[in-house]
Design a protein around this ligand. Sequence first.
Ligand SMILES: CC(C)(COP(=O)(O)OP(=O)(O)OC[C@H]1O[C@@H](n2cnc3c(N)ncnc32)[C@H](O)[C@@H]1OP(=O)(O)O)[C@@H](O)C(=O)NCCC(=O)NCCS
Length: 298
Amino acid sequence: MADFGREHGLMLRQDYFGDPSAWQALVDLLQDTFSIDVNLQASFGDPDPTSMPFGYFDSDGRCVANFTVFSMPMMINGRTVKAAGYQSGAVRPEWRGRGLYRDLMQRAFAWAIAEGFELDMLLTSKPVLYEGYGFKTVPQHVFVATKPKPVTSSTVARTLSLQATDDLRLMKALLERRKPVSRQFAVARQMEMFHLNACFDPAIQLTAISDDAIVVWTIDGNVFRLLDIAATAIPSLQTILSALDVEPARIEICFPPDLLDCGDIELEPYESSIPLMVRGKAANEITGPLMLSPMAEF
Ligand SMILES: CC(C)(COP(=O)(O)OP(=O)(O)OC[C@H]1O[C@@H](n2cnc3c(N)ncnc32)[C@H](O)[C@@H]1OP(=O)(O)O)[C@@H](O)C(=O)NCCC(=O)NCCS
């Protein structure tokens, strides 16, 4: 592939997260483009080591365009699938419309194919950008559960804080050892986005219901939303609600609840302005209703 940047006086850089000033230049690009601070993850550790960023930098070291691939193994219908996620796609306004993003997409997709990823995933507000490369939107659903009978719980639930070192350590340890929250469709391993998503939304509660299980949830009036469970064994919905000591009028589960032992479920379409798109040879293994846990959003 020709070095497209040379004719624009830009430098193409790949795999540059080890250079702190280049990483900071990407942080700035994402702050300016999306108003998000991805440096929040610094309290949790380094950027995802599986990341392969592709970026164009100007002579002042500013990152003017970027597109990153990272590894996000998925559990799909009982099989661990080698999946790639694409994120941090942005071009500074003054550089748009010249083909920089097309160039970076093509490099990233070619790299992922050479690495043997079976599934490519992305979340985007501009699906049309990716349709030409074979990405298709996957419908998502929220799983509405019937209220289980409350049981008396002897569990002492503990609210975790993203500011407490010990709590972060527990979170990290469990994310490393976690069991996928669903056998149908769930992240098998990815921890950096879990942490960032927890930072981004202050309504998210992280509660340890045992040494081996962190429940991630929100409560909005009478609506309880179960976002994820980082655990070595997935507890039942009944166990979770009893341990959290909540009795909501409505229970929404934001991932396939096949491991939650929760009885009747109603499906409601999840209308998102940022649809999930997939392509690749494992894409047709994705069947049935699903939702990507909000803690895995990227
Ligand atoms: C979207 C964005 C990355 C495009 O960057 P760019 O360098 O101007 O794009 P390019 O010039 O390389 O164009 C690449 C292709 O995308 C198309 N495209 C560009 N901007 C688009 C837009 N806003 N909506 C739809 N398609 C667009 C182009 O027509 C071109 O299509 P082609 O390859 O079939 O000819 C840039 O406008 C941006 O950073 N926007 C804000 C952040 C954003 O939306 N990021 C992507 C979200 S996942």
